[in-house]
Design a protein around this ligand. Structure first.
Ligand SMILES: C[S@@+](CC[C@H](N)C(=O)[O-])C[C@H]1O[C@@H](n2cnc3c(N)ncnc32)[C@H](O)[C@@H]1O
Length: 394
């Protein structure tokens, strides 16, 4: 009926053309349709192979949660059905059964265990705030569990002020196939409550270079999460605190770790030196972590409404040695001297990591290349194996 009506309209509104011309055009159109269909199939196949079959998820229009939603829940959502009983059938067998209550999947505990058996460990119905360690060197240093979490989370942030990974954010995004949000000090310290509250309804991960609890202060974040009744999980990784062992000094023989801050013209704190001396007098090594300044407001802008930020800077072994030598020169009764041995380390965990053993005054002239750097002041009496190992870096 519709076909006949449509035929009549076309006839009325168009002029007939000769049959041979019509045949020619029919052939041309068939070839064009053929080429179009062939290319369309090719594009679809290419996207499937590249993992872009669900293009809305791939381009971030659809969240991970929507992407992972079973079809029954997705249909119920689309049709606005809040409560339903779902049976999943494969062949002639019922393989799953659960209820949807207020749009949420409801299962008995025993069902949950059988459902998640053999699946990734991070799939969890309780929303979670994850602290994930990235290790020290390569993008691939993340653990398998850490990567599973990064892939599953609704939102992933990269903590960017206590340490850096030499590869940078873009490399990480490429490897994880998802965007990352940079989390600066302001977000992690002043605005942390908002982020944690968001983790009540979403899986959120904060990625931390090294170990999330290695030489960093993320424990305050965990305490705050507890106060706000937000569930947390930590995924540990290698830290400079243990990787420093690469220089051959035994981890058991390290004393308190210190941080050396950048001096300014009128602020030259040296309280860390007492701790180095205390370790030294007890025949213990000292790991000195060196200052990092990322997104630090300039002194002049501190009193102004609009903040201006300094260029990022990372203290080098050379700068740290120079500050230490100045402290030693100003002290009359100290066991350490400019000739005391120090170990400089840069980019530990990277293929181009460097280790150098020199006196503090020689270290003042030493360039160990791009950041990050650490300095170790070894104990005065070393174990023979420590001495042998250090000898290769002299
Ligand atoms: C606040 S700590 C952060 C530690 C990090 N969360 C971890 O577990 O390794 C940052 C300092 O550690 C030292 N550091 C971190 N990674 C390093 C690396 N790969 N090589 C040398 N020093 C490193 C640097 O002195 C840097 O300024």
């Amino acid at each position: 009926m519709i076909y006949r009506w449509w035929h009549r309209i076309i006839r009325k509104r168009t002029k007939p053309i000769p049959v041979d011309q019509a045949v020619l055009w029919k052939r041309r159109l068939s070839i064009a349709y053929g080429i179009f269909a062939w290319n369309a199939i090719g594009i679809v196949m290419y996207n499937v192979v590249k993992g872009k079959a669900d293009w809305a998820h791939y381009y971030g229009i659809k969240s991970d949660e929507e992407h992972d939603m079973p079809p029954a829940r997705a249909f119920a959502n689309t049709l606005g059905i809040k409560n339903a009983k779902v049976y999943r059938i494969s062949g002639f067998t019922k393989v799953d059964e659960y209820e949807i209550v207020d749009g949420e999947e409801l299962r008995q505990k025993s069902e949950m265990f059988s459902l998640f058996r053999g699946k990734s460990s991070c799939v969890n119905l309780t929303k979670m705030f994850y602290l994930v360690g990235l290790g020290l060197g390569d993008v691939k240093d993340i653990t398998v569990r850490g990567l599973e979490i990064v892939k599953k989370c609704d939102k992933v942030l990269l903590e960017s002020y206590t340490s850096i990974l030499t590869v940078g954010k873009e490399e990480l995004e490429k490897f994880y196939e998802r965007p990352l949000i940079l989390a600066d000090r302001e977000l992690c310290e002043s605005n942390i409550d908002e982020l944690l509250k968001e983790a009540k309804d979403k899986h959120i991960a904060l990625l931390v270079v090294g170990d999330p609890l290695g030489a960093t202060t993320h424990t305050d974040m965990l305490l705050r999460a507890k106060e706000l009744h937000v569930e947390t999980q930590i995924v540990h990784n290698a830290s400079i605190m243990n990787a420093v062992g690469c220089c051959g000094l035994q981890l058991y023989n390290f004393g308190e770790t210190v941080s050396i801050p950048y001096w300014t013209d009128n602020w030259k704190p040296d309280s860390f030196y007492e701790k180095i001396e205390a370790n030294y007098s007890r025949n213990l090594h000292t790991l000195c972590l060196l200052d990092i300044k990322v997104k630090e407001p300039t002194e002049e802008s501190l009193t102004k409404k609009i903040r201006q930020y300094m260029d990022p800077k990372f203290m080098s072994v050379k700068e740290a040695a120079s500050q230490l030598v100045q402290i030693i020169e100003n002290k009359s009764d100290t066991e350490l001297s400019k000739q005391s041995i120090a170990v400089g380390l840069s980019r530990v965990g990277n293929p181009d990591q460097k280790i150098a053993v020199k006196s503090l005054e020689e270290m003042e002239q030493l360039d160990l290349g791009p950041p990050l750097h650490s300095l170790v002041i070894p104990a005065p009496n070393l174990h023979p194996v420590e001495l042998d190992y250090l000898a290769q870096f002299r």
